[in-house]
Design a protein around this ligand. Structure first.
Ligand SMILES: Cc1cc2nc3c(=O)[nH]c(=O)nc-3n(C[C@H](O)[C@H](O)[C@H](O)COP(=O)(O)OP(=O)(O)OC[C@H]3O[C@@H](n4cnc5c(N)ncnc54)[C@H](O)[C@@H]3O)c2cc1C
Ligand code: SF4
Length: 587
């Protein structure tokens, strides 16, 4: 029997990036807020001490900061013709856990999607005709880039993003990304100082008529005090960034940008090592009365609240909705239902250039320190004569030269023994790598639901992921790989190796923690789970915030738009919902 606790105005499920932003905004509005986080409390001084933060075995290999399947696993299959099996280890993607969420150990690439991404169906059908989208389930977001501009800006200034504007109020800026949407002001900090490999990459790209620019980075190029008055330091390019907490207060995360202020507020409380099991619905089935959760000792509690915010990461937001009966589950055979619809991922490919005698010094690196080319991303180029839609950013961002896992060697090198050691020694410092990160568009058959067989330790069905890379995305990614080969050949290296995205998604090798969709936003309750304010169509006092709202994924990392959506939802709650609780959009 769950112990019933005193009522709160707001209960937030998950205290990662979005949970922290919403908690800060709503406590500022005077609400009494509790955040329930299933992982442990963490802060920089105690948990990312400079003496042990760069422990590659602990953090990168053994994944110390990540969710373990013993706590929550999921099953996967490539199509409905297969039987899904549980992932015994997280590999392809690595969900976060603990205060700060996956933002604790992210890289920090901080993007805005293109304006056309937010109205993708309208844009692509207008330019290429409806026929071009056949086989894809592409949708508009229901919110435009222009509406989100100030929310993007707030997230970038919260974080101290280091970059160069490419489009200021419609005027293209030298040195920035000429394909980006108009922004109202410059980034808060200038770009990071470039290292050697991205500098060479930019030269090679420019020689081919492309437009390289510094990747917008949440690793800070200089000292910064954010609008909440929190001070951050300059990144030292330590190379222990992705999968690690930052010992240096230089990587924007909830820890370094919000929590020092949030934790001092008397109207905020964080309960850690407490896992939300379900959102409780009132007898009408249309109002959430709160959540039930279990603490580290196994005791269960009911936390009543007027407003329930799901900020548990895209995949877990969707699972909690399915477990709680919020919204109709998606059925791929009929195409009906919304929760689980349009699950998307990311298409990736890599290029390596092996040199002799050109020191790249890969150990001088940060999660987002590099150069990007967007000439082949989104709809920056004409797809008229091509057999796909979408595109990919090409990124030269050498994130690390860490001693255990960074061992580039040319294909054909033996995998152990003296020949492997010799090649490792030769190529550790003499390899330049870059990669494509491409769009992932929705199809009817890629989706999330509850597994009919496998259960968690509480007896609840696991989330089932049904996904394979759509043919459209494979064609797109391979076309971009051909463009990468052209750039790689321009270096004049000893050997060039270009990878290609393959069909048959595997959950084993790490690819990307950019899982999107499943609770998508839109203007029609028949094809979206939440409205343009991220409010559940079916249970209006539930808001669902995260990349689960993306109708499809773009060729960029998601957290810039995720942060913007968190501010957008906070504004909707503060300015509209609190004044008149109920549906913000009638359909
Ligand atoms: C290795 C890595 C590198 C990345 N690099 C980048 C990058 O360079 N750029 C980029 O844009 N994105 C990057 N990402 C993705 C980025 O981290 C996420 O987009 C972002 O953290 C999502 O924010 P969120 O609030 O939705 O989820 P999170 O920040 O993950 O927070 C969700 C929180 O909810 C908690 N939770 C889940 N279920 C429950 C429950 N039932 N009860 C209570 N609490 C719960 C979790 O423990 C977690 O703390 C990276 C991710 C990883 C793992
Ligand atoms: S590379 Fe920079 S931002 Fe990343 S962990 Fe090191 S000091 Fe921090």
């Amino acid at each position: 029997m769950a112990r019933k606790l005193p009522r709160k105005d707001v209960v937030i499920v998950g205290l990662g990036w979005t949970g922290s932003i919403l908690a800060h905004e709503l406590t500022d509005a005077g609400l009494d807020v509790v955040a329930i986080e299933r992982g442990p409390w963490r802060d920089t001084a105690t948990d990312f001490n400079v003496a042990y933060a760069p422990d590659e075995l602990r953090y990168a290999v053994r994944k110390d900061l990540f969710l373990q399947p013993a706590q929550e696993a999921m099953t996967m299959r490539n199509s409905t013709a297969q039987t899904a099996l549980p992932m015994r280890d997280y590999g392809s993607f690595l969900p976060g856990t603990g205060v700060g969420g996956a933002g604790t150990h992210w890289n920090g690439h901080t993007w805005r999607f293109f304006p056309s991404d937010f109205a993708l169906k309208t844009h692509l059908t207008g330019r290429y005709g409806e026929e071009r989208l056949s086989g894809l389930q592409i949708q508009d977001w229901g919110v435009s880039y222009d509406e989100l501009e100030s929310a993007f800006d707030r997230f970038e200034y919260l974080c101290g993003i280091s970059g160069k504007a490419g489009n200021l109020n419609g005027t293209i800026q030298q040195g920035g990304n000429p394909f980006e949407g108009p922004r109202k002001r410059e980034y808060p900090l200038p770009p990071m100082q470039m290292t050697y490999a991205p500098t060479l990459f930019a030269e090679a790209a420019r020689s081919r008529g492309l437009h390289p620019f510094p990747t917008p980075s949440a690793n800070l190029s200089g000292a910064y005090v954010n609008p909440l008055g929190i001070a951050m330091g300059q990144c030292t390019a330590c190379g222990f960034c992705e999968r690690f907490g930052c010992a240096n207060y230089s990587k924007a995360s909830a820890h370094t940008t919000i929590l020092p202020v949030l934790m001092r507020k008397s109207n905020f409380e964080a309960r850690t090592e407490c896992e939300v099991l379900k959102i409780k619905l009132a007898a009408d089935g249309k109002t959430a009365s709160g959540v039930t959760y279990t603490d580290v000792n196994g005791a269960t509690f009911e936390q009543p609240a007027d407003l329930v915010l799901l900020n548990a990461y895209s995949l877990f937001n969707v699972r909690l909705m399915l477990l709680s009966g919020i919204g109709k589950p998606y059925d791929p055979s009929s195409g009906e239902g919304v929760v689980g619809r349009n699950y998307c991922y990311q298409t990736n490919a890599s290029a390596q250039v092996f040199f002799e005698g050109r020191s790249m010094n890969p150990f001088i690196a940060a999660g987002a320190l590099g150069q990007t080319v967007d000439d082949y991303n989104g709809d920056s180029f004409d797809h008229g004569a091509l057999n796909f839609v979408g595109g990919a950013g090409i990124n030269c961002i050498p994130t690390n030269g860490r001693p255990i896992q960074y061992r580039p060697v040319p294909p054909g090198t033996p995998r152990w023994g003296s020949a492997w050691k010799k090649a490792t020694k030769q190529y550790y410092n003499n390899t330049l790598a870059f990669s494509s990160q491409g769009s992932s568009y929705a199809t009817r058959g890629n989706y999330l639901d509850l597994d009919p067989t496998y259960k968690d330790r509480f007896g609840r069905p696991l989330l089932r992921v049904t996904f394979d890379f759509p043919d459209n995305d494979i064609r797109m990614s391979n076309w971009v790989s051909d463009r990468m080969k052209e750039i790689a050949d321009a270096f004049g290296g000893k050997q060039v190796v270009v990878g290609r995205q393959q069909k048959g998604w595997s959950s084993v090798p790490y690819q990307s923690t950019h899982n999107t969709g499943g609770a998508i936003m839109g203007t029609d309750p028949k094809t979206s789970a939440v409205n343009r304010h991220l409010q559940s169509w079916d249970v209006p006092n539930v808001f669902v915030v995260g990349a689960c709202a993306f109708p499809q994924n773009a060729g960029k990392n998601p957290t810039g738009p995720v942060g913007a959506l968190a501010y957008w939802a906070a504004d909707s709650i503060r300015n509209h919902y609190l004044k008149n609780p109920g549906k913000l959009v009638e359909a």
